[in-house]
Unconditional design. Sequence first.
Length: 82
Amino acid sequence: MLWLLANDKKLSSDFSSILGALKSDIKFIIVSLDIGIVEGVVDFSSKLEMHDSIIVASAQMLKLPIVTKDRTIRKMYKETIW
């Protein structure tokens, strides 16, 4: 997702600093899209958009809550905060 920001002409010069800030901030965890997450995406892909499926599958694999007001995500994944 961050590479989309990098391709935006307005933000491309700031991409390195944005990425650096995210990597150094302990409030953020950068997770690689591995086979476990991809397998989890299949469970959610019929009811969620692709990116939402990746978020839910990642949270499920890592046993983390999701901060969202999206009703569909809240119905499918009970560990939500909003």
